[in-house]
Design a protein around this ligand. Structure first.
Ligand code: ATP
Ligand code: MG
Length: 285
């Protein structure tokens, strides 16, 4: 059977989490330093290690069947590929920033100004939507120094914590887009390869679902059982087991990461005690 060719970033902010995801899916491979390719020993997958900017193009042409890139890179190059999965890592945003001392009043501030960015397509579209005419200058790196050297009055760049902006005397004023790592796929994949991709996505879903949920075990007096069961729908319904102590039960269920602490508080109010929370490696609905 032919291999599914997967393009991942060679070295950068996406690399480690991309490879970790494949490992968590049970796909084994050796990626020695500086290697450009790697073959899995237990799944028909071959990895190609590339610069992230090149990945959408390789996938559009079918040189790679699938690839992992930031949504920002996909949106910038606008290659003809299918976005098949949002992966939940490398979360960041593309933002407009100006020197700290600027008295920023709103997006119209940028009218007639010069902006530096590595994402000219995304930025031009955004400015057009906002009805702002500004001059967009493409620079491929170190965008945050542009205002300091007189190249531009503002920048549009990737932000996660904002500390890089801060250390360059800039402040974030508008969010242009939110981004996370996505899996893109070649549009004309053979049926064989589509079947492999389906298997891979099934595994990825079970890993991501597992990360999104926790296994919860708790004790409660039987009089509280109904309230607690209402709070813990679980995958089908919670497991209820009698404790050795008369009148008490142990309840096991799955609980979502969203509003986790709020739900734990409600369980405590309903009479739960001895609450144990355990990570889930994989979850298959
Ligand atoms: P390459 O050498 O492969 O071209 P690069 O320097 O263009 O790499 P990186 O800085 O490694 O790219 O970022 C890759 C992607 O990771 C970005 O396109 C973005 O989606 C995401 N990213 C960038 N910076 C951050 C950050 N600070 N936090 C989270 N995700 C980020
Ligand atoms: Mg790049």
């Amino acid at each position: 059977m032919s291999n599914l060719k997967v393009a991942v970033q060679k070295s950068g902010r996406l690399s480690e989490d991309s490879l970790k995801l494949f490992k968590e899916c049970g796909i084994k491979f050796n990626n020695g330093a500086k290697k450009l390719k790697a073959q899995s020993s237990n799944f028909p997958i071959e990895f190609l290690f590339l610069r992230d900017d090149d990945i959408p193009g390789y996938v559009e042409d079918g040189i790679a069947d699938i690839g992992i890139v930031g949504q920002n890179v996909q949106d910038e190059y606008q290659k003809e590929v299918d976005v098949v999965k949002h992966l939940g890592f490398s979360k960041c945003r593309l933002s407009l920033a100006v020197p700290r001392e600027v008295d920023y009043s709103g997006i119209q501030y940028f009218e007639g100004k010069n902006l530096a960015t590595s994402y000219p397509t995304i930025l031009k579209n955004y400015l057009k939507d906002q009805g702002v005419n500004a001059e967009v200058h493409m620079i491929s790196g170190s965008v945050e120094i542009a205002p300091g050297i007189g190249l531009a009055e503002g920048i549009c760049d990737i932000v996660s914590s904002g500390s890089t902006l801060l250390s360059n005397g800039l402040k974030e004023v508008e969010t242009v887009m939110k981004s996370e790592a996505v899996m893109v796929a070649y549009k004309q994949m053979s049926d064989d390869k589509k079947a492999l991709l389906d298997q891979l996505i099934f595994r990825i879903n079970s890993v991501l679902e597992g990360k999104n949920n926790k296994y919860v075990l708790l004790n409660a007096p039987n009089a509280s059982l109904d309230r607690i069961i209402d709070l813990l729908p679980g995958m089908r319904s919670p497991t209820v087991l009698p404790l050795a102590q008369e009148g008490w039960s142990s309840i096991h269920s799955v609980i979502n990461e969203d509003d986790f602490w709020g739900n734990i508080e409600k369980l405590r109010e309903a009479g739960a005690e001895g609450i144990l929370v355990v990570p889930i490696e994989k979850m298959i609905q």
